[in-house]
Ligand binder design. Sequence first.
Ligand SMILES: Cc1cc2nc3c(=O)[nH]c(=O)nc-3n(C[C@H](O)[C@H](O)[C@H](O)COP(=O)(O)OP(=O)(O)OC[C@H]3O[C@@H](n4cnc5c(N)ncnc54)[C@H](O)[C@@H]3O)c2cc1C
Length: 381
Amino acid sequence: MDFALSEEQSAIFDMARDFGAENIAPHALAWEKDGTIPKTLWPELAALGFGGLYVTEESGGSGLSRLDATLVFEALSMACPSVAAFLSIHNMCAAMLDKFGSDDVKARFLPPALTMETVFSYCLTEPGSGSDAAALKTRAERTNEGYRLTGTKAFISGGGYSDAYIVMARTGEDGPRGISSLIVEDGAPGLSFGGLEDKMGWRAQPTRQVQLDDCAVPAANLLGEEGAGFRYAMMGLDGGRLNIAACSLGAAQAALDATVAYMGERRAFGKPIDQFQALQFRLADAEIELQAARVFLRQAAWKLDQGAPDATTHCAMAKKFVTEAGSRVADQCLQLHGGYGYLADYGIEKLVRDLRVHQILEGTNEIMRLLTARALLAARG
Ligand SMILES: Cc1cc2nc3c(=O)[nH]c(=O)nc-3n(C[C@H](O)[C@H](O)[C@H](O)COP(=O)(O)OP(=O)(O)OC[C@H]3O[C@@H](n4cnc5c(N)ncnc54)[C@H](O)[C@@H]3O)c2cc1C
């Protein structure tokens, strides 16, 4: 058993961290105020191979393992978890195109996805179905030319901003087997967007409803097979959960690093506040939580890479554990900054707000417990 990163893995982490420190961190507060991320950032990230992290090399991607990819998200989140998480969604879509797309779909959509000229969003949630995603109601009716989609997708990260959407819609019976995945390009007739959602965190990336009103989609934009869309959507999520956990980990680590530095400078009662043992113990607890979170997350990623039978459960457990540890640590870091932690300029309150949603999306942490308990009870026999 070897817990160390290889030289190559350390190099991937350092490259992502350095890129984030130089090109994302200095703008993170401004982008949050603007409510958008400049589209020019994406081709720069794609030039590092981050547009298709685990798209196979044969398809032109970086061919990284899921463990390697968590290193990228952990490192980029040290600059801004909202930007890093948005990249994770695009990567989930790119991997779906590669894994399930026909040769024609791959030829048309993968190259611009890899260079990030085409940014992708993932559309599963609806106003009436979130955790119970298989109950979705958006319909895709077969026509001579392809499909006509009608329905509303809620909470879509990149809604009205992205260039293309992978939409899960019902082509058949009720339940998961009646769902297909279709690629809807921006500008498609019948595609429109709701107003910008006013959110607690993740404010740099726009979230809107994606509305489909008799939206015409060519038959050639069906991803994989009809009726397999829910399976595709769920397969993307195991890795998505690892990435979201990695985003919590990196951001919480950045908060802790900033807090350790701050506590050496800030004085109270005649000495630096890092000399109070009660506060040192809080730092120690934060360090222990993040070290434990990192090992647990990387083990889950390793299981997914190995195709281990319990990989889904481990991805769920890691998502729950790491996102909650990350939020606890970030909140403690805010407290240790005193009043300054509450001011936007110090960057800590943004991290607390950004990380909160990681307990809700890619499957809520209640659903993560549900998956864990189900596996536990099934193993009892
Ligand atoms: C900022 C943001 C960005 C998002 N981006 C995207 C995106 O890009 N694409 C996309 O498709 N979706 C996206 N989502 C949607 C997100 O995935 C859903 O919000 C999430 O899955 C929860 O669904 P819901 O909001 O409908 O809550 P509900 O499913 O209504 O859940 C409400 C509460 O009930 C609990 N609950 C539900 N069922 C059970 C159960 N069986 N047992 C125990 N507890 C249960 C939940 O855990 C939760 O606490 C985003 C959400 C947010 C907030």
